[in-house]
Design a protein around this ligand. Structure first.
Ligand code: ADP
Ligand code: NI
Length: 221
């Protein structure tokens, strides 16, 4: 990696750490560190461009809708930073495309167009699974004001996206609405293997949770 790339990555770490240092919605600096480390590892095993993967992973949550006034405001924050640091134009475009697809998806819900994009998406999704994924779900729920679980709410997987957004769902419901589905949505073979163990750990956790709650005999998975 060139000196210029090293310098850009150093600046990116400083910028992102400052922006997300005090976040308590599950997008804190250490989430970024874990996702970046995983993205670099996936870039090696899958033969992708490590610089693009690392830079996109570092910046991937800066534009998140939850943390900005609007999509445009979030994307502009990333664009302004890329321009200010003097990142090459083709790299700017690639990184912005990855972040836009990851944060807001595309109309058809298709995977990101490039291998680097698919890798950063896999790395982000892996951090939503397993023991760390469980921790982040409850942290996010507290931030949002959601309950841990409410057996009087409607069945766990029948919430709409709006209900999740409004906080009328629960942390436990989030596993059924999203997290248990992520394993089959991985883009790369390496991530699929890693997702397998983390998925099992979540199922084990849900089984224990239900058993302590007294729901163990209900079929739900
Ligand atoms: P990222 O873009 O980093 O994947 P998200 O914004 O999708 O992050 O979510 C941040 C964390 O909060 C993740 O661990 C995710 O599973 C969790 N989360 C997101 N939405 C909900 C929700 N409605 N209820 C509980 N946890 C949630
Ligand atoms: Ni993220």
């Amino acid at each position: 990696m060139s000196n210029q790339h090293d310098e850009v990555l150093k600046q990116a770490r400083l910028f992102v750490r400052k922006e997300l240092e005090h976040d308590s919605s599950g997008h804190d600096w250490w989430h970024i560190v874990r996702v970046t480390r995983t993205a670099k590892m996936l870039a090696m095993t899958e033969g992708a461009d490590e610089y693009i993967c690392e830079l996109s992973a570092l910046l991937h949550d800066i534009a998140d809708e939850k943390l900005n006034e609007s999509k445009e405001a979030g994307m502009n924050k990333v664009l302004n930073w890329l321009m200010q640091v003097g990142v090459a134009l083709d790299v700017q475009e690639h990184v912005l495309d990855i972040i836009a697809t990851m944060s807001f998806g595309n109309r058809a819900g298709e995977p990101p167009a490039t291998l680097e994009g698919r890798i950063v998406q896999d790395a982000d999704r892996l951090d939503a699974l397993g023991a760390i994924g469980i921790s982040r779900t409850f942290a996010y729920s507290g931030w949002k004001g959601q309950a841990i679980y409410d057996p009087e709410l409607k069945p766990r997987d029948s919430f709409t996206r709006e209900e999740y957004r409004s906080g009328r769902s629960t942390a436990i419901n989030h596993f059924y609405e999203k997290l248990l589905k992520l394993k089959s949505m991985m883009n790369t073979d390496t991530a699929r293997v890693l997702a397998e163990d983390r998925h099992e750990r979540m199922k084990q956790f849900l089984w224990s949770f239900d058993s302590e709650w007294g729901l163990a005999n209900e079929s739900y998975i």
